[in-house]
Write a protein that binds this ligand. Structure first.
Ligand code: ACO
Length: 750
């Protein structure tokens, strides 16, 4: 990249001193780079805006089409493609006047601007803004050496020139419009903070949020390396995919930083994990290097944050960025129920009301029964943080089983390590000591197991043990063997030393083991549980109903007489070690929502006097205040109180819907293979089969739940498919039919 466009690719756009965002695209030294370019254009634009109207017309004339006579096809002399050589600086400041003949068609320049006579000053200024952007891009096209970048500059140059001719708004004609991947980088980092740090007290969480914000700002001003530079550095990478993202980044994020007539988006809001993966390693290395080099220049209050916390934060994030199973990139990660996503936005530019992303969000179809996000946010702001328990306080009677263990881990009282013996590495004394400690705990707690057998498995290199260490001593552990090819892990021994039992350690151990396995993409546990331990395993989500096919585990797992085979299927979206905190927060939110509703309807009405006057019966809805509680009469407002009656009504409706000729696309869950990216777009999938199962399990305790699920089917379909598609039409027709049926059944008003 040459000087005038001046942006060094594949580099931090900002100085590390304080890691504070600088001006957009500040690539290198002051005065060069996009920041310099941007500032220069801004000054020029301001000068031009304050110049007299004839001057403005002259400027626009050379870019506008000739109106002298119908036959003249001239588009102004500056509307040609850029000449092969760059313009000389003295040519650029050429003065022209409206009487001067056009250098292309020889009509006067005035003939080129007759259409602008009655145009407002604001519109003139807007067009002049585009003119200056065109001139800047013109220089960029000439000076740029990288072929891919040059091509994009040229396309943008043509686009802007066309919008001057047509007096339109520059619209990028791409097949896809932003956002290009969901969840966005910003959302992913938000999820990461929730996933890993929501248990921290609010002050520490604040620090993490500051780091996350800093990181997002870095990405927004990060200069991507060109596709050819990347090909040289990572030859085996998906070159076409990177090039596509690079082009989008230039068009939507980078060039608009200095050419503000183009709509600008934040990198972190329109790109997702793919782009982050392509920059993360280099970015992390360079940021840390830069921070180290400039550590003396760092303001004292930022030192610990940047030199101590930031590297750790980046390492943890790196794991999630490159992991294939990290839940933070799931579209419905803790969706709407995370105990509150803490939205971290980049500090750089504030979102304008007109910015597209929040608007997109608002457009997300809402379904009957959804609680308004504003209300949730308001409630979130008021709930007390259940994780902010004073370290020394007694836990409440309602504390989750693992809460004490989680707090101890946070305070460093206990530690968890996955360890094992190895034949390839030199034995580590500490690990060997711990393995001996584990062998001791298992031998004491599982007296029916031969000691030699326990020793053999604990020291067998194919087995690993998640060990729980307190004060340097082993107090518990879970010994396991992974069978990745078979898709499960066998839990061999699980025990906590007797004086530490029933303190939540067993639960926290199992939760850590679950997270460890999600990271390693094994989502099933199998174990032969002792008769006395069945209760414990049930509480950890195990059941006798084994989900792994028999053929997968017979001959692999060790069989124990008198023990019961139990299995547990893991859900990769659940952050197990934080799960109870999240559930607690959710309960708190629901409690607050109920309290609010109650406060709304707490008004005391005078008692009914009609009965004293001889009236024997009155309609329920005539009782003052009854409607305010949300009660609606059956038949009009439409809640069926009798669960059996509701069940049979819903069953009939569902059968009708399923038999409808347009129901075929919705009979079963959408298959990933048939609808690429479906589950990235649709956060809450629903189908008629799932609804039948829900109905059977008596999930639909109100008509609202039923209607919300059905509505979800239609809105999902319309969100994913284009209006002209057959699916879209089926959704509309079936929806109409559904509403006819529920009206007929008296569930909603006719
Ligand atoms: N039966 C029924 N419930 C139990 C049992 C049990 N044997 N042990 C614990 N629980 C319950 C607890 O009461 C608690 O329930 P709650 O949350 O409703 O209060 C829940 O399980 C978890 O309790 P934790 O405190 O998290 O578990 P703990 O630290 O006590 O560890 C463990 C549980 C490992 C089973 C421990 O009790 C132990 O070492 N027992 C002896 C060894 C043993 O039996 N191991 C399992 C053999 S099977 C095998 O290894 C594959």
């Amino acid at each position: 990249m040459a000087d005038s466009a001046g942006i060094q690719q594949g580099s931090p756009a900002i100085g590390a001193a304080g890691l504070v965002p600088a001006a957009p695209g500040a690539g290198g030294t002051e005065g060069s780079g996009a920041a310099g370019g941007s500032a220069r254009i801004a000054v020029k634009k301001a000068q031009l805006r304050s110049s007299p109207r004839p001057k403005k017309l002259e400027k626009l004339g050379v870019y506008s089409s000739c109106k002298a006579e119908g036959a003249c096809k001239c588009n102004g002399w500056k509307s040609q493609n850029p000449p092969p050589t760059p313009p000389r600086t003295d040519q650029q400041s050429n003065t022209v006047n409206l009487q001067e003949p056009c250098r292309s068609c020889s009509h006067t320049l005035g003939d080129h601007v007759t259409h602008l006579e009655n145009v407002s000053e604001d519109e003139m200024n807007r067009l002049l803004g585009i003119v200056l952007d065109v001139e800047y891009l013109y220089t960029c096209v000439h000076k740029e050496e990288d072929a891919d970048t040059k091509q994009v500059y040229f396309s943008l140059f043509k686009l802007l020139r066309k919008s001057i001719l047509q007096m339109g708004k520059p619209m990028l004609e791409a097949q896809e419009s932003p956002p290009f991947e969901k969840p966005s980088i910003e959302q992913g980092v938000n999820n990461f903070v929730q996933y890993k740090f929501s248990h921290l007290p609010s002050k520490e969480r604040q620090t993490i949020m500051e780091l996350a914000k800093m990181f997002l700002n870095q990405i927004n001003y990060w200069q991507l390396e060109t596709p050819s530079q990347r090909r040289q550095r990572v030859p085996n990478d998906d070159a076409a995919g990177y090039k596509a993202n690079y082009t989008r980044w230039l068009c939507y994020c980078n060039v608009p930083q200095f050419c503000d007539s183009l709509p600008r988006y934040e990198t972190t809001q329109i790109f997702g994990r793919t782009l982050l993966r392509s920059v993360f390693t280099v970015m992390r290395k360079q940021l840390l290097e830069q921070a180290r080099q400039e550590k003396d220049k760092l303001p004292p209050e930022k030192r610990t944050l940047i030199l101590t916390h930031f590297p750790k934060f980046l390492s943890m994030l790196e794991e999630e960025v490159y992991s294939h199973s990290s839940p933070i990139w799931s579209q419905d990660y803790l969706a709407g129920a995370s105990g509150g996503q803490i939205p971290i936005h980049t500090a750089g530019e504030k979102r304008k009301a007109s910015d597209p992303l929040p608007h997109e969000e608002n457009k997300r179809p809402r379904v009957v029964g959804d609680i308004p996000m504003d209300l949730i946010n308001e409630v979130m702001a008021t709930i007390t943080d259940p994780t902010a328990i004073p370290e020394t306080s007694l836990l409440s009677a309602h504390s989750a089983r693992d809460e004490a263990a989680r707090l101890e881990e946070r305070r460093g009282v206990i530690e968890f390590h996955v360890i094992g013996n190895s034949l390839n590495q030199k034995p580590n004394k500490r690990i060997l000591m711990w393995l001996v400690g584990l062998q001791n705990v298992f031998s004491h707690q599982l007296p029916r197991m031969p000691k030699e057998y326990i020793t053999r498995l604990v020291f067998d290199p194919k087995h690993k043990t998640l060990s729980l260490i307190k004060d340097g001593r082993v107090i518990g552990g879970i010994c396991f063997r992974m069978f990745p090819s078979q898709g499960f892990t066998e839990i061999v021994f699980c025990a906590v030393t007797s004086n530490e039992q029933v303190k939540g350690y067993g639960t926290h151990l199992m939760n850590h083991l679950k997270e460890y396995h999600i990271k390693h993409e094994i989502l099933n546990f199998l174990t032969y549980a002792d008769e006395y331990a069945i209760g414990y395993f049930k509480k950890q989500g195990f059941s006798k109903d084994i989900k792994v096919p028999k053929a997968k585990y017979v001959g692999y797992i060790k069989d124990y007489e008198g023990a019961t085979l139990m299995g547990c299927e893991l859900n990769p979206s659940i952050p197990y070690t934080e799960f109870s905190v999240i559930i607690k927060k959710q309960k708190e939110i629901i409690k607050k929502l109920i309290e609010r509703k109650q406060a709304q309807i707490r008004k005391v009405y005078p008692g009914l006097s009609c009965f004293k006057e001889g009236v024997r019966q009155i309609p329920i809805e005539s009782i003052p205040g009854i409607r305010e509680t949300g009660w609606k009469p059956v038949g009009k407002g439409k809640e069926l109180r009798d669960p059996d009656q509701l069940y049979s009504t819903l069953k009939t409706i569902l059968q009708h819907v399923k038999s409808h000729q347009n129901a075929w696309p919705f009979m079963e869950p959408v298959k990933k293979t048939e609808a690429p990216g479906y589950y990235q777009v649709i956060r809450f999938p629903m189908d008629l089969k799932t609804m039948s199962e829900r109905l059977k399990s008596r999930y639909y305790t109100t008509r609202k739940l039923f209607m919300a699920d059905m509505q979800r089917i239609f809105t999902n379909c319309r969100e994913y498919n284009p209006p002209e598609s057959e699916y879209y039409k089926c959704a509309n027709l079936l929806e109409k039919f559904f509403y006819t049926k529920i009206k007929e059944a008296g569930l909603i008003e006719k």
